[in-house]
Structures are given as structure tokens and as C-alpha cells.
Design a protein around this ligand. Structure first.
Ligand SMILES: Cc1cc2nc3c(=O)[nH]c(=O)nc-3n(C[C@H](O)[C@H](O)[C@H](O)COP(=O)(O)OP(=O)(O)OC[C@H]3O[C@@H](n4cnc5c(N)ncnc54)[C@H](O)[C@@H]3O)c2cc1C
Length: 470
């Protein structure tokens, strides 16, 4: 016997629980299926989520106590030659209690999000992978799990992330081309809180260098070496596209080699940072950072008969900052609303669900973040070894240039206007949010997990791939 739901959400990463929360709150019979043991287990270990993600996320996130690690108030761009920092751009900062971004570990964050969806009435099944779709006359009518269960749904929301295969099975999307996919390698180091605070304060660091230095992305393309900071750890990382200008490098080997070069040559790392570290894990994962800039990918549908596709599964990662969480939240909330309308109208046809596509395209942050070429354009500084040009472009991308109207300010102000027109009291809630998040990060407080205890483990894994535990 099959089971029947109004909505099945595939994936309990960042976007899935948001869509499920909307559907369950509206009284729909909602099921979330997640292949890993705990939500967020297969997402990258840790990341930083920009403030506008929280401002425009559904109220339960903005008004809640998610498990955030650290408010990041400053971005430091170091420019390196022969292992020495010859210039630094520290122009991008905000005073407390504001923050540019918040660092967070994915597993507790996604558990927290899934808990909220469960509290709203959604059912969550973990360790359950969706293997296939139930298709009837080219319409998605449900899913088939790895246990062979057939689960029917009026609407299926595909929130399965970058590794998604369901939209392909539905005939809606094609595989992402390798030149749009960046492999990232991350190293997870323990560092005492006092050391993180004294070495980095509330900042993250980006390192830029010319290709000859062999410390940032092997073939350029705007990929800097970064260090994200958490309460008691740091994650350095660097990335490289799978194919660049037709060349297929041995990406994993190059990233290892460049990381080694960085740690062996850059004085700040060797003297100020390395002595305070203990390696916990090493991991890698792919992100579709430049997918939005590729017309072929942009033109692939994000909805079909009985199906909506959100977040990374719809290639919505921001092309400038590589942040995909805000767009996963925004598209998840829009998909949830549209699924509720479709179920109430008794119409999950593609022509009804088209409104999802229209609302995603009308969203100021999603549309601007997918068409931002600043990071892509960093490459133009490389061929002529033009240091001034590299610093100018880095200033536009991760320095004060961010605040230009055509970059962040315009999209944030436009979205603020939209949200304020719906709820004029929201400005007060935003200020309360910044203050509460600030206090929570200081004290380490977050809402206790209600449905899941994160599985205890020695290190942090990503995407089910090999992780090396020190
Ligand atoms: C190295 C790296 C660094 C990043 N840094 C940042 C950052 O700093 N800031 C930022 O905002 N974003 C960052 N991102 C991007 C961010 O992780 C994603 O954009 C975000 O997680 C997308 O959310 P999602 O819900 O679409 O997909 P995900 O969060 O990936 O969730 C997908 C979920 O679906 C599950 N799933 C997949 N297939 C199935 C199936 N068949 N059946 C059941 N479940 C399934 C997965 O296990 C997973 O839990 C980074 C990504 C990487 C790889």
C-alpha cells in the first residue's frame, strides 16, 4: 500500500525544512525525506550566512534562536607576494550589534530548521533516500524511496541540493556542466576560543595572489584562499573549477598542493595561526557558484507538472559570494507558498506552478545574486599580473565596494521595501534579531534540538565523501 501526502519535500538541508515549514503551518500533510542520518549531515561542514539571508528569511528564522557560531563583522583581504602580505583591504566592516554574516555549522543549523518544520506539523524521515519519481502521463505524482516505499503527493518539492538527480528524472533539468562546478577543499582545525578571538577577532580572511604564487585557485577564476572563523575552530578552504578554459586539471591534487604551498610559505599562517591549531578533518564538496551566469543553466526550468525545484537543485548559488543558503531559504519559502496555493486550488499543473518561477525571478536578491559577475571578473587581473587591478576588483567584491547600489545595497533596499510594505513593524524585529543573535553568539545559546540529537562523531564529514580524521 502506498502512502498519500499533500506535499513531499526531498532533502532536509537548508531549503527543504523552510518549504516544509510553510506547508505544514498552512495545515498541509507534509513529509520531508532526508537520505542522511541527521539533517545537514551531508551539507558542507560549516559556512557563513549573510545578514540579508536572515532579514528576508521566514519569520521563524529571524525571530528564533538558531545555532550560530560567530557574528562576522569584518572581511579582511590580504594580498600576498613571496609569502608576505604586502597590502590588506579591511574596508568592509559593520559595528556591533550588526554583522555582515554569521558563521554556522551546517548540521546543527539544519537540525534546528528541521525541528521547526516538525513543530509546525511536518513529518521528517531521515536515513531515507528518494531513488525515483512516480510519473503518470509525464506528471510527477510522488516518490519512491530506497526502501521501496511509494509515496504519493500532490506536489513534490525537490530540495536535494547539488547532487540532485530527481529533476533529471522528471526531464526538467540536465546535469550541470563541469565548468560551472567548483570543487572546494576545506580543512577543519580546532582552535581555542581565546586564540580565534585574539588572532581574527570577528573577521574572516581572504587571501589573493597572482597565479605564480601557487597558493590560491590554481587557475584563477576569482577563487581566493579563505579562512572562515567559528567559535572554537577555523576552516581554511580553496576551490577550483572542474574544467577551466577547456583544461581538465587534477583538481583534488592541485588543491592539496596549493594548500601545502600556502601553509608552508605564508608567514601569517606559519607564525600567527598554525601554532594554535589542531587538525580535525579534511573534506571536499562541489558548489555550482557560476551556474547562474550560464545561460544554458539559467534557462532550465525550476518547475514542472507536480514539481517545484529549490535552492542548489535549481542552481541558485550566488555567483559573487558563493552563498547559497539565502537563496535556498527564499526559494524554499516561495515554493512552500505556491504548494499551499496549488493544493488548495486542487491544481498542481505546470501552468499553475508557473507562479513559482515568476516570484523567484521577481525576488530582488535571488535575481541579482545569480547575475553578479564580480567574482568571475577577478580573472581579468591575472593574465597581465596586474596587482592594482586585482586589488581594485577585490575591493569591489569583498571590500567597501560591496555597498555600491548596483551590488548589495540596491538589492537589499529593494527587498526591504517589499517586506516593509507587507509588515511595517518589521524594522523593529530586524534590530531585535541583530541584538539577540549577538547575545546568543556571545553566550553560545540556541534553541535546544527537539527532534534529533546530532550523531556524535570524531570529525565532520561532507557529502559522504572521504573525510580524513586527524
Ligand atoms: C565548500 C562549500 C562552501 C559553501 N559556503 C557557503 C557559505 O559560506 N555561505 C552560503 O550561504 N552557502 C555556502 N555554500 C552553499 C550552501 O551549502 C548551499 O547553497 C546550500 O546548502 C543549499 O541548500 P539546499 O537546501 O538547496 O541544499 P542542501 O543544503 O545541500 O540540502 C540538500 C539535502 O538533500 C539531501 N538529499 C540529496 N539527495 C537526496 C535524495 N535522493 N533523497 C533524500 N535526500 C536527499 C542531502 O542529503 C541534503 O541534506 C557552500 C557550499 C560548499 C560546497
Amino acid at each position: 500500500m502506498g502512502e498519500d501526502y499533500d506535499v513531499v519535500v526531498v532533502g532536509a538541508g537548508f531549503g527543504g525544512p523552510v518549504a516544509a515549514h510553510k506547508c505544514a503551518s498552512a495545515g498541509l500533510k507534509t513529509l520531508v525525506l532526508e537520505r542522511s542520518i541527521t539533517p545537514g549531515d551531508k551539507v558542507v561542514s560549516g559556512l557563513v550566512i549573510p545578514f540579508y539571508g536572515f532579514l528576508f528569511a521566514p519569520p521563524f528564522i529571524r525571530d528564533g534562536n538558531p545555532p550560530l557560531q560567530k557574528p562576522i563583522r569584518k572581511v579582511v583581504n590580504h594580498f600576498v607576494k613571496n609569502g608576505e602580505i604586502y597590502a590588506s583591504d579591511k574596508s568592509l566592516w559593520l559595528p556591533p550589534p550588526l554583522a555582515l554574516t554569521y558563521s554556522a555549522y551546517c548540521e546543527p543549523m539544519c537540525v534546528w530548521l528541521a525541528d521547526r518544520a516538525v513543530e509546525a506539523g511536518a513529518e521528517l524521515r531521515t536515513s531515507t533516500a528518494v531513488m525515483d519519481l512516480i510519473m503518470e502521463q509525464d506528471r510527477v505524482k510522488g516518490v519512491v524511496t530506497d526502501k521501496g516505499d511509494e509515496i504519493r503527493a500532490k506536489v513534490v518539492i525537490d530540495a536535494a541540493g547539488t547532487q540532485d538527480g530527481l529533476a533529471l528524472k522528471a526531464g526538467l533539468r540536465r546535469k550541470l556542466p563541469p565548468d560551472a562546478l567548483e570543487l572546494y577543499m576545506l580543512w577543519d582545525f580546532e582552535m581555542a576560543k581565546e586564540d580565534v578571538d585574539s588572532t581574527f577577532g570577528n573577521s574572516v580572511e581572504f587571501y589573493c595572489a597572482m597565479p605564480d604564487e601557487k597558493i590560491t585557485a590554481p587557475l584563477g577564476y576569482g577563487s581566493t584562499f579563505y579562512i572562515f572563523t567559528y567559535r572554537e575552530s577555523i576552516h581554511p578552504g580553496l576551490g577550483q573549477f572542474l574544467v577551466t578554459e577547456g583544461k581538465i586539471p587534477h583538481v583534488a591534487r592541485l588543491l592539496e598542493e596549493y594548500f601545502e604551498n600556502f601553509t608552508n610559505t605564508v608567514s601569517r599562517w606559519k607564525n600567527d595561526i598554525a601554532p594554535k591549531l589542531k587538525l580535525r578533518a579534511k573534506m571536499f564538496d562541489v558548489c555550482p557558484i557560476y551556474a547562474g551566469l550560464d545561460r544554458r543553466i539559467r534557462e532550465m526550468p525550476i518547475y514542472g507538472e507536480g514539481m517545484l525545484i529549490i535552492g542548489d537543485a535549481a542552481a541558485m548559488e550566488s555567483s559573487a559570494f558563493g552563498d547559497g543558503v539565502p537563496n535556498a531559504w527564499f526559494s524554499g519559502a516561495i515554493a512552500g507558498d505556491v504548494a499551499v496555493e496549488a493544493v488548495k486550488a486542487g491544481d498542481a499543473s505546470a501552468s499553475f506552478l508557473r507562479r513559482y518561477d515568476e516570484r523567484v525571478k521577481a525576488h530582488s536578491v535571488i535575481s541579482a545574486s545569480l547575475s553578479d559577475t564580480r567574482r568571475w571578473d577577478m580573472r581579468w587581473a591575472l593574465p597581465g599580473n596586474d596587482e592594482r587591478e586585482m586589488r581594485r576588483r577585490a575591493h569591489e567584491l569583498f571590500g567597501r565596494g560591496v555597498w555600491r547600489y548596483r551590488h548589495i545595497t540596491g538589492q537589499v533596499l529593494r527587498e526591504m521595501k517589499t517586506v516593509l510594505s507587507r509588515d511595517p513593524m518589521v524594522a523593529g524585529k530586524w534590530m531585535k534579531m541583530f541584538n539577540r543573535y549577538n547575545r546568543n553568539c556571545e553566550s553560545g545559546y540556541s534553541d535546544p534540538p527537539s527532534s534529533y540529537e546530532p550523531a556524535p562523531k570524531a570529525g565532520i564529514y561532507s557529502e559522504g565523501r572521504e573525510a580524513v580524521i586527524a
